[in-house]
Ligand binder design. Structure first.
Ligand code: HEM
Length: 462
């Protein structure tokens, strides 16, 4: 079959294509606008490169078919390889280190491992709560900033026994500064105009310095662990250093371990912190939802001043979990994932896809497909009640990607986020003093920009 002409933005220009309609700080949101105008599949052209965006639930279900499609490591991930190399997130499907590391690390993400991380997650949650206690009735808190401190410290401690100590300092940790700047440069690189390398010399130098700094910190963490003589395998670093592959008996090499550590620090914190920040935003704007969530945590922890949530408690916070799911529906913080055809095929019965050809799944619009009803913009955690979940097509909800390359840290993120959110709504009232209007900031991930909330301690009357 011949390629069916796919819709594209109306104001496409010669040579540069649709670049002007897709500013780099609104790539996702401008694609969402295009999807609203053009439908469940469309293209955008950036100079010579044509990119296909897919968001229809039936089409995405086909892209999720692992017999015909697999993860695609495209330009945007290839540039991130400058930081993470063959780490899990950026490894090519056929790179041997992907399967090797995946098999070795999988036990670290089993439900039983969450039990091991629970005390660490709780300890870090208490640091945030402590800091927020100091703000009650005083100044507002920078929600995204504090959530980033929490998630970074959690993955650092739970994964590698390394304490970033983010709440002990006002300033952003230099590791985070280098990471964020490095990621931003890697992403911007995709839009560098070919042949104008001299323009980017300074940026390239800074990037090299940032990578060297990140690797230095990580190598130090690894060295300390080895020097300590600790050969346990109950965190990510322990598994990587001390657990041989279940079949081959090999361990990961040093460079790969470093790539995995940087990968987990990137993948393991921004996405979760953005999710928590969006969730608090939605809770302040939806008092009925908040009240129901408060009733749920109160039923568990009552009037206890400083509850001591058990591992099992987190599984009981079903409605809090529904809130997180609904948050991830509206703003899946890793908003795009790429698929490539394993052979010549077609989707939707009419769109041919050649072997190797890539398509981007635009998750926020998949999550607004008509299968979600006709009020898709409203925040309604009831969508994730067990009954409603059963009615929905299985591939309509993909905040963690799909298939064997889906997010390995999903349980980790949800346990951490449910625990913290539960504790926060149990303890605080949130004061939306500035009547915050959502503005989504795009980096590698999405987060609410400039969300500041006032805080008050709840009394038994609220
Ligand atoms: C992969 C989302 C939290 C580690 C992915 C992918 C998505 C995603 C969409 C697939 C990317 C692709 O197909 O290219 C999220 C979201 C999170 C979250 C929304 C939080 C709410 C975490 C955490 C960790 C983590 C906490 C680690 C502790 C990873 C890794 C991969 C991955 C290592 C690559 C897996 C592989 O290809 O083998 N994540 N993630 N993520 N995520 Fe997450």
């Amino acid at each position: 079959t011949d390629r069916v002409e796919l819709p594209h933005p109306a104001n496409r220009l010669p040579v540069i294509g649709d670049v002007l309609g897709a500013p780099s700080d609104r790539l996702v949101q401008s694609a969402m606008d295009d999807a609203r105008a053009l439908g469940p599949i469309f293209t955008r052209k950036f100079f010579d490169t044509e990119v296909v965006f897919v968001s229809g639930a039936d089409l995405v279900a086909e892209l999720a078919d692992e017999d015909r499609f697999a993860k695609h490591v495209g330009n945007s991930l290839v540039t991130i390889r400058g930081l993470t190399g063959d780490g899990l997130f950026t490894a090519f499907n056929d790179e041997p280190n992907w399967a090797k590391a995946h098999d070795i690390l999988l036990p670290a993400f089993a439900m039983s491992s969450m039990r091991t991380y629970h005390p660490t997650m709780l300890a870090v949650a208490r640091k945030l709560i402590n800091s927020w206690d100091g703000h009650t009735g005083q100044s507002t808190v920078d929600v995204s900033g504090d959530m980033t401190k929490l998630t970074l410290d959690t993955i650092g401690l739970a994964g590698f026994g390394y304490d970033f100590g983010s709440f002990e300092s006002e300033d952003t940790h230099p590791f985070v500064t280098a990471l964020v700047r490095g990621l931003a440069f890697a992403q911007a690189k995709n839009r560098h105009v070919p042949g104008l390398d001299f323009l980017y010399r300074k940026g390239n130098e800074q990037f090299a310095a940032d990578v060297a700094f990140l690797n230095g910190v990580v190598d130090e963490v690894i060295k300390e662990r080895i020097a300590s003589g600790d050969t346990s395998t109950d965190d990510l670093l322990g598994l990587m250093l001390n657990a041989p592959h279940p079949k081959s008996g090999e361990t990961l090499d040093e460079v790969n371990i470093r790539n995995q550590v940087v990968t987990f620090l990137i993948a393991g914190h921004e996405t979760t912190s953005g999710t928590l920040s969006f969730a608090l935003h939605f809770l302040t704007k939806n008092p009925a939802v908040l009240a129901r969530a408060q009733a749920e945590v109160d039923a568990l922890w009552g009037d206890v001043e400083d509850p001591d949530p058990s591992f099992e408690d987190i599984g009981k916070l079903r409605y809090v979990r529904q809130i997180l799911n609904e948050t991830l529906r509206l703003w899946p913080t890793a908003a795009i994932f790429a698929r490539q055809a394993l052979r010549d095929t077609e989707i939707g019965g009419k769109y041919p896809v050649a072997k190797g050809e890539a398509m981007l799944v635009l998750t926020p619009m998949l999550h607004r497909d008509p299968v979600w009803g006709d009020n898709v913009e409203s925040f309604d955690p009831e969508r994730f009640s067990p009954e409603r979940e059963r009615e929905r097509p299985v591939h309509a909800f993909k905040p963690f990607g799909t298939g064997e390359r889906a997010c390995i840290g999903r349980q980790f993120a949800l346990h951490e986020a449910t625990l913290l959110l539960g504790l926060l709504i149990h303890r605080f009232r949130f004061l939306d003093q500035d009547n915050y209007q959502l503005k989504v900031k795009e980096t590698l991930t999405l987060k609410p920009e400039g969300l500041h909330l006032g805080l008050a301690r709840r009394t038994s009357a609220d």
